[in-house]
Design a protein around this ligand. Structure first.
Ligand code: ATP
Ligand code: MG
Length: 404
């Protein structure tokens, strides 16, 4: 093993994995273009307080998963564990609300969480996040879910979209109370962590993966039964819109999210093949105010790019590669051929290795070339090159005079 290793949970992205990753990213960006979202590039580092305030002190992310450190002046900074908090901070700081009736932005980049690394779970991973600021209308929630659905359908991955409403300031307290009472009645069956968080963060108990906890919450009260009239109407309108758009969804009355800032709509896209969440989001109507901006309802989601790429079975083939293979003293002529082909927009690799025709064909195969452009003394002297189609084995003579 080489002496220098990347930091645990921090991975290199390259080769086939990166091709899938880029395919996902490009497809999402194209979707965001037609939905008229504008990109925003946010810092990777924020004051730790930005995340503590938004995500919530009692959450796993803030309690255990943040990379925090002090700068030279002793201020606490954090590598961003997610994008929404920074997006809201930027929205408030730059007064983006002053420019438009509502604001639709997206960002892409690395996120950092100190979690136990495993398949599809890293300490540095990438997200594309989408946020809409300034509308309480459930049509926004519906359009975001539509966007998620279109992204996943076009990528051909099998997922189910789960939705729920987790209420607001008005109705959540009475639900919370009912839930805490219930959890106390089954506390003997809860895992240690949930036993601990049933008072601090009771909603998260519904999200626990430990089988005994899963069993224990089966009869737990449901938020949907406690929604106030406004939240009830909001949720039912959302479902109407989804039906109108023919978007298949599943109501999961126990769906919650691991961050405190959510209100009303929450949703997740869960892979039916691997049972992992690839996209998650929801509404956060108080967060802008919480970060000292004007009261502004908002809703968004984030795509885990590594997770989603993992689910891709195949990606569209790349455009064909031309491998220019000189053998003999013909590099000048070969350079001219490569230049001309590239100017026509073709993807061209000029062989940097010397060798006879057989060797060059071997190189071409290793690089996955579709065509080999054979250039030897005979070609140079006669003013042509030989184009070999590696798939069919056919060869063609192409006239060529270098315009040098
Ligand atoms: P999980 O329940 O899997 O821990 P989460 O609820 O913490 O996910 P979010 O904060 O909602 O995840 O982030 C949105 C998406 O980002 C997730 O659905 C997932 O695809 C991706 N994601 C989150 N954490 C990681 C990680 N450590 N490594 C890779 N991808 C991640
Ligand atoms: Mg997590």
């Amino acid at each position: 093993m080489p002496e220098f290793q990347s930091v645990r949970g921090f991975h290199d992205l390259y080769g086939e994995e990166l091709k899938k990753f880029k395919h996902v990213s490009n497809l999402i960006r194209e979707k965001l273009r037609v939905y008229n979202f504008e990109e925003i590039i946010l810092p990777v580092v924020e004051y730790a307080e930005v995340f503590q305030r938004s995500i919530g002190e009692a959450t796993d992310i803030v309690q255990k998963e943040m990379f925090t450190f002090q700068d030279r002046k002793g201020r606490w900074l954090a590598l961003r564990p997610e994008g929404t908090a920074g997006a809201v901070r930027a929205y408030v700081q730059n007064k983006l609300y002053a420019l438009k009736p509502y604001v639709k932005v997206f960002y892409e980049g690395p996120m950092f969480r100190y979690e136990r690394p495993q398949a599809g779970r890293y300490r540095q991973f990438h997200q594309i996040g989408v946020e809409v600021f300034g509308s309480l209308d459930p049509v926004v929630d519906a359009e975001l879910i539509q966007l998620v659905y279109e992204i996943l359908s076009e990528l051909g991955v099998n997922v189910v979209i789960e939705i729920n409403s987790i209420g607001c300031k008005v109705c959540r307290p009475s639900y919370r109370e009912a839930l805490v009472n219930y959890l106390e009645s089954v506390e003997g069956h809860l895992c240690e962590v949930c036993y601990d968080r049933k008072d601090r963060n009771p909603l998260r108990v519904l999200d626990c993966k430990v089988p005994t906890c899963k069993e224990a919450v089966k009869e737990a009260p449901k938020m949907v039964d406690y929604l106030c009239q406004e939240c009830k109407d909001h949720y039912s309108k959302l479902k109407d819109y989804l039906s109108l758009l023919s978007i298949p969804y599943r109501e999961n009355p126990y769906l919650v999210r691991g961050l405190d800032y959510y209100t009303k709509t929450v949703f997740e896209a869960v892979s039916t093949d691997l049972d992992i969440t690839v996209i998650a989001g929801g509404r956060y109507d108080y967060l802008v105010e919480e970060l000292e901006g004007p009261p502004t309802p908002a809703v968004g989601f984030a795509v885990g790019l590594e997770r989603l790429s993992m689910l891709l079975k195949e990606i569209p083939p790349e455009e064909p590669l031309y491998f220019v293979a000189p053998f003999g003293d013909v590099m000048d002529y070969s350079l001219a051929v490569a230049k001309a082909l590239r100017l026509e927009g073709r993807r061209v690799e000029l062989s940097y290795r010397k060798g006879g025709l057989r060797k060059q064909l071997e190189f071409a195969n290793k690089l996955g070339a579709r065509y080999v452009v054979i250039v030897g003394d005979e070609e140079k002297a006669g003013g042509f090159y030989t184009l070999k189609d590696m798939e069919t084995g056919e060869q063609f003579r192409i006239e060529f005079s270098p315009a040098m």
